[in-house]
Design a protein around this ligand. Structure first.
Ligand code: ADP
Length: 481
């Protein structure tokens, strides 16, 4: 079954609670009224019994039961015969019994069996509803049971009138509860409705708009704040996607423009074969650059979408450094750089994705080559660092100013954009390096000084490796010649 809307549920809850409270109040007030009426009647009856006690005390203490019977007949016969009234001696003989009591046929317990507060019986006689109290009294060393009754008709009429009025009030109370519930739920949900109206106005073009935050410091305030925080995150996400798209388009435009210009110049007039060849080489260079850029873009897009799965395994850190070093030594030589790879003497294994770690080291070495002038030096060093294995790529290149260092891992950030394509960079390398490091639960840190060089490092937890011996751990160096 579909759950009821919250407004209806609130109304129903309020209605139920209000009705229950009103019922409870009605029943308890009816019961309290009845109790106080009964208490009044009880005291009236008790007073009557105590009057009898007073009378008995005024009589001769040695008076015989017959005398007392005689006296009671004289006193009560005329005025109280029509009442519910009888007095029983401790010996079980009647001192007095009104005609009404004889008709009813009630007999109280002997005084010794009665509790001090007496006992009450209620009964109907004809149209009367009677309450009778059997009460023990003591006078001149004797005890008696006085039983006296009173018709409760007046009290009952009062009580039933009160009950009827309460019942008549019930529909009004129910209607009031329903109306109250409706208004209460409307009022309680009004801030939520206001938030919904505001939220409906927000779209992808005005993501900077924020919801109003009521000053009530309650759940609604909390809801608004949470939604605003979510909006801020969404805005940031959308903005970074937009920036990413705009930057990607811009970066792709540059090599495409160069290709186009190259081709247009080549085709503008008939040329010698060498000139066409040169143009084709330029075009090829630009397409290689574009392919690299598109690769990086694709990888970042897949990383953002969570589609880029890494395959973690035990990786020999020494071997990894050695193999990467082998790949780079020719390029280093071509760039006129001293290149050294230092590995650790003992076996060192880390948990990681071999291809991703190769890519990470390639990005850092590629930067080192591009930002170090010929004659400088680059080193790749793998060493143990407590429970970790530290990878460090150091160069003696142009360095990075302190104010740029926090931004170099941002997508498309380049310290010197003006160098454009000549720097062969797109500003995506370190963003990718950062992502790979994060996937390996680490981060790339940088130490750099302008004009002195840079050092990029990251450490990975070392793990027990396979029983293979690590090969190529020897330190070696390739020098420019
Ligand atoms: P790019 O493709 O432009 O090199 P990266 O993301 O790899 O992009 O690097 C971002 C910026 O950081 C570079 O443009 C460069 O200014 C700076 N940078 C990176 N590595 C080095 C380095 N080894 N020496 C000097 N500057 C560097």
């Amino acid at each position: 079954m579909r759950p009821l809307p919250i407004r209806l549920r609130l109304t129903l809850w309020y209605f139920a609670m209000f009705t229950a409270a009103a019922m409870l109040l009605s029943v308890s007030s009816w019961w309290m009224l009845r109790r106080s009426l009964m208490a009044t009647e009880y005291h009236e009856l008790q007073e009557r019994a105590e009057d009898v006690q007073l009378l008995l005390k005024q009589m001769d203490p040695n008076a015989t039961p017959e005398f007392l019977h005689q006296k009671f007949q004289e006193i009560y016969k005329i005025k109280d015969d029509g009442k519910y009234f009888q007095v029983l001696g401790q010996d079980g003989n009647w001192l007095y019994r009104s005609k009404r009591m004889i008709d009813v046929g009630l007999r109280p317990a002997v005084p010794g069996d009665l509790p001090p507060q007496g006992t009450i019986v209620e009964f109907h006689q004809g149209t009367r509803y009677v309450m009778a109290l059997a009460y023990p009294i003591y006078a001149n060393g004797h005890s008696y049971s006085v039983q006296t009754g009173i018709a409760l008709n007046k009290s009952m009429v009062l009580l039933s009138a009160f009950g009827t009025e309460l019942l008549l009030l019930t529909p009004a109370v129910l209607v009031l509860a329903a109306i109250g519930g409706h208004f209460m739920s409307r009022k309680a949900l009004a801030p939520v409705a206001a938030i919904a109206t505001e939220a409906r106005r927000i779209n992808d073009r005005n993501l900077d708009v924020r919801l109003p935050i009521p000053e009530t410091q309650d759940e609604i305030t909390h809801l608004s704040e949470t939604l605003n925080q979510m909006l801020a995150r969404v805005e940031l996400g959308v903005r970074s996607i937009r920036d990413f798209t705009a930057n990607a388009a811009h970066e792709l435009r540059t090599p495409l423009a160069l290709i186009r210009a190259e081709v247009e110049v080549a085709l503008s007039k008939p040329r010698a074969g060498d000139e066409y060849r040169e143009a084709c080489e330029q075009v090829q260079m630009e397409t290689v650059r574009m392919t690299g850029l598109i690769d990086s873009l694709l990888l970042l897009a897949r990383a953002d979408a969570g589609m880029e799965a890494l395959r973690f395994e035990s990786v020999d850190a020494n071997r990894l450094a050695f193999e990467i070093g082998e790949k780079w030594k020719t390029a280093m030589r071509a760039a006129f750089l001293d290149f050294s790879v230092e590995t650790s003497p003992g076996p060192m294994f880390v948990r990681g994705d071999m291809n991703a770690l190769q890519r990470l080291l390639t990005i850092l070495l590629d930067n080192a080559v591009r930002y170090t002038q010929p004659g400088g030096s680059v080193s790749l060093c793998v060493s143990g660092n407590g429970p970790c294995v530290l990878f460090r790529i150091q160069d003696t290149g142009i360095g990075i100013a302190a104010e740029h260092q926090p931004r170099i891992f941002d997508r498309f950030f380049r310290v010197d954009r003006t160098r454009g394509s000549s720097s062969r960079g797109s500003g995506l390398g370190l963003a990718l390096a950062k992502w790979i490091a994060e996937r390996h639960d680490t981060s790339v840190s940088v130490e750099s000084m302008v004009g002195k060089g840079s050092s990029f490092s990251f450490s990975l937890l070392s793990v027990a490796g396979p029983t293979l011996s690590s090969t190529g751990v020897a330190e070696y160096s390739i020098s420019r010649n």
